[in-house]
Design a protein around this ligand. Sequence first.
Ligand code: URA
Length: 226
Amino acid sequence: MRSASQRRELLKAVFEEAQGCVRCPLHETRTRVVFGAGNADADLMFVGEAPGANEDRQGLPFVGQAGKLLDRLLAEIGLERGDVFICNTIKCRPPDNRDPYPHELDSCQPYLFRQIDLIEPIVICTLGNFATKLLRADPTGISRLHGQAEVRVIGPRAVRLYPLFHPAAALYTPATLETLRTDFARIPELLAQGAPPQPEPVESVPEPAPETDDLVAAAEQQLGLF
Ligand code: URA
């Protein structure tokens, strides 16, 4: 079991690696890599779809209208961003906010899996179809799955996966917002259940020591709580 500070240091190393990522063509059009932000020691993680224009400008996830709604929903269950970790299936904005392409999801997936591995959340809320399909490795859509928690093994960890409607889908549809609120209200109960039984660990790979350079300050800001 890693300490909170070990988690942060290791996550910073992944952050730094992602800053220079050229694994897919989105690096040509992005302004900033949107790695994710929040508490590296969080029990609760949210995985959205992809950065939009605001996120691309600021380098932070969910800073637009959908993010404001996410903040409100968190507040309704007594949480704030500093309590959770928020990221996306892909770390760079697709031009014109188009859907992520399969090869972009594939190239970015190792970052997400390392984030999950290092943060070791109890609950992962997938926001919308892309994150839900990716982390369940199944094409079933969010309308059928929202609000139904299940234990899933993701990389080396078992987590409580909890699909939710994407907040953007709830912005202008009151019925979706009501459903999202109802589903959100069950998050504290899921957290209280604690981590599910874990699979037997596979042989451990030595973890690289993080480098110290200018990016560390940026990583500190994003991973060092709000
Ligand atoms: N929508 C997402 O899925 N992610 C963001 O970061 C912002 C909007």
